[in-house]
Structure formats: structure tokens, C-alpha cells
Design a protein around this ligand. Structure first.
Ligand SMILES: *Cc1c(COP(=O)(O)O)cnc(C)c1O
Length: 353
């Protein structure tokens, strides 16, 4: 088989998604399956459908197009604010988009009218993480304006935390979102179908004791992909953390000094390296690099130590020399997964355990 490759266990993914759906269903919270980290993979989307996922979210219109074109029968949501230049595609391929800018929503409205359809929007609210979102005080006037636009239907409101600044979803900010939903509904006399509280970082809050309030949806990616919550990266009870395995091949293995010699300047990535002298070591090179993976997100399954990485080389230290062609396996974190899925040099191999 080719290396490097990402081995993807579809049964573990399906199982993880099913457990999360079941646990959240008990609280009246639906799950949007977020596929951006896997580039809208059709195989993985099918596993999510088998698990009972009823709608998909992705941040890239290209991924949503891919899912649409493979005739998978499931509603899709664009979870990043649309580019004004892409509104025609957004209206054509996504059922709903997340929005914060009236100018863009106006363009969506024109595009929807032109296409003869209705496009759903969810208005994102800023709750403190300082990524996307309308400031809470501005929400009501914006909803009002949207209600008057043809071709657009306001499906709900949402928020996203724990991304830019790591602000944790808690009783205070989630109650704020519930209150906003309530006040919009009562003051404007409308019903919001979707109150989308957040991402995998919301799981500790939602399974806590105080109940989800009016929040009836979460958008989950990392938790079913890697089996962990994302505030402390702890395993979620009962979920698989090893659905993805990265397999990489050894292309050099030599006994070398542990410190470089010659005049030292910046390395390829603008860093000045300081190494500790521990005599000669067994150094090996694996055929993968920063172009394909985040070296800091690799967890080797055997006793080796990662020393460095360049664009195309991952340099490790081992106890014994490693024969050429040996394959070394790693578990990976979200950052490494994102890059490995995106790299055309990493083959994706799907299987079912
Ligand atoms: C990526 C993303 C998600 C999913 O986040 P996970 O941590 O993978 O669960 C949810 N909502 C938005 C807006 C996102 O960009």
C-alpha cells in the first residue's frame, strides 16, 4: 500500500456519531455533522447518515458542492459566513447559511429570488470569543431587516465559542443565547426552529446538570472524529479515539551525532535551533513533512521520539536502527488530521473494522 496514508475506520466514526446523537437526543438537542476537517468526504458522510445524522455542516462551499453532487440526500448548512462573491453558489448548494452581515444577506436574498428558491439563514451572535457574530444589542434590528427580505427565511440564531480565544461555553453565555432567542421570538412574534449553541467544546456544558435551555442544536466535528471533547481534549466516555491512523515510511536510518556542526544560522522555518549533546543517537527520517501534517499533533504508537520536521522530512530518534521501508503508525490530533486530509500526498484508505 502507498505511504504516507491515513487509515480511516468508518465503523468507529459511525459508532461515535451514533452515541453522541443518542445522548444529545435525550436532551432535545439535534446534531449537525460538521465535515470540514474531512473535506466533505463522501465515505465519511455516508457513515454519518448510517449513524442517524439528519443535517450536515461545512465551512467550505466546495465541500458542500461535493456532497450535493454525490446525491446524498441530506440538508446542508454553510457554517462560515458566505463570501459576497459566492452567494449564487451558496443559494444553489446549501439549504442554510450562517450569517452576520446585512450586506451579504441582502446579496443572498437577491440570489435566492433570481434562482426562484428560498434560502435559510441562521444569525450568529457574538458571545465573547471574538470570532464571528453580531453584537447582542444589534441582533433584533438585524433580524427585523432580514424578515423583510424576499427569498430569505430566518431559521434561527447561533453562537460559536472556544475557537479563537478558548472562551468556554457555560451556563452564563448559553443562558444569554437562550434569552436572546426568547426575546426575539416574543418581541417579533416569530418562531426560531434552530438555536445552535456551538461545537464540540459545548459537550461538557450540555451534559452538565443545568439543562440546555432553548438550545436545540450543536454542530459537532472533532468529537465524533477523534472521540474527545475540545476544552481539555479528554476522551468522551465510550467513544473511540483511534478512528484515524497515519502510516508513514522510513527512508533513512543512521547513527548520527545529536548536535549539528558548522556555523549556525536560521533553519528553513526561520528558527534558531539549540540542541542538547547526548552523544551519538539512532536518527531516522520518515517520508512526511509539514506540508502534509502538523508534526506537533503526532502520537507515535511505538517507542520513538519526534525531533524535528521540515517540509518533507520527519526526523525521529529511536532506540534501535530501523530497516528501510518500515512503516510507523501514529495517532493524530485535530490539527494533524486537518492537514493530512488536505494534503494530496497523503492517501486516504477507508475500511470498516
Ligand atoms: C468547525 C466548526 C464547528 C465544529 O467544531 P468541532 O470543534 O469540530 O466540533 C462548529 N461550528 C462552526 C461555526 C465551526 O466553524
Amino acid at each position: 500500500m502507498n505511504a504516507p496514508r491515513l487509515e480511516i475506520d468508518l465503523n468507529k466514526i459511525e459508532y461515535n456519531a451514533r452515541i453522541l446523537i443518542e445522548r444529545l437526543d435525550l436532551l432535545g438537542v439535534s446534531v449537525t455533522g460538521v465535515t470540514k476537517a474531512v473535506l466533505g468526504s463522501v465515505e465519511i458522510t455516508r457513515a454519518l447518515l448510517r449513524a442517524g445524522i439528519k443535517n450536515l455542516g461545512d465551512s467550505r462551499i466546495e465541500n458542500i458542492k461535493k456532497i450535493r453532487r454525490s446525491h446524498l440526500n441530506i440538508p446542508t448548512t454553510l457554517i462560515r459566513s458566505p463570501m459576497k462573491s459566492q452567494v449564487d453558489q451558496v443559494v444553489a448548494f446549501a439549504d442554510i447559511s450562517f450569517n452576520t452581515e446585512i450586506d451579504v444577506i441582502n446579496s443572498l436574498s437577491l440570489a435566492a429570488v433570481k434562482s426562484g428558491g428560498i434560502h435559510g439563514i441562521v444569525l450568529m451572535v457574538e458571545l465573547g470569543d471574538l470570532r464571528e457574530g453580531i453584537m447582542p444589542k444589534d441582533l433584533k434590528p438585524i433580524v427585523k431587516q432580514c424578515l423583510e427580505m424576499p427569498g430569505i427565511t430566518v431559521r434561527g440564531i447561533g453562537a460559536n465559542l472556544a475557537c479563537r480565544n478558548g472562551v468556554s461555553p457555560d451556563h452564563i453565555n448559553m443562558s444569554k443565547l437562550s434569552e436572546l432567542a426568547e426575546s426575539i421570538e416574543s418581541s417579533l412574534g416569530i418562531h426560531l426552529d434552530i438555536v445552535s449553541g456551538g461545537n464540540s467544546a459545548n459537550l461538557n456544558w450540555v451534559f452538565g446538570s443545568q439543562g440546555p435551555g432553548k438550545i436545540n442544536n450543536l454542530r459537532l466535528g472533532e468529537s465524533w472524529l477523534l472521540g474527545c471533547e475540545t476544552l481539555n481534549r479528554k476522551q468522551i466516555e465510550g467513544l473511540y479515539t483511534d478512528a484515524f491512523t497515519l502510516v508513514v515510511e522510513v527512508i533513512e536510518s543512521k547513527t548520527k551525532p545529536s548536535i549539528p556542526w558548522g556555523t549556525l544560522a536560521e533553519n528553513a522555518f526561520g528558527q534558531h535551533k539549540i540542541s542538547e549533546d547526548c552523544g551519538d543517537v539512532e536518527q531516522a527520517i520518515l517520508a512526511i513533512g509539514r506540508q502534509d501534517v502538523d508534526p506537533q499533533g503526532l502520537y507515535p504508537q511505538i517507542d520513538i521520539q519526534i525531533l524535528d520536521a521540515s517540509s518533507d522530512h520527519l526526523i525521529i530518534q529511536s532506540n534501535l536502527p530501523i530497516p528501510m521501508g518500515t512503516e510507523i503508525k501514529f495517532q493524530i490530533n485535530y490539527s494533524a488530521l486537518l492537514r493530512a486530509m488536505t494534503s494530496p500526498f497523503v492517501e486516504k484508505v477507508f475500511y470498516a473494522s
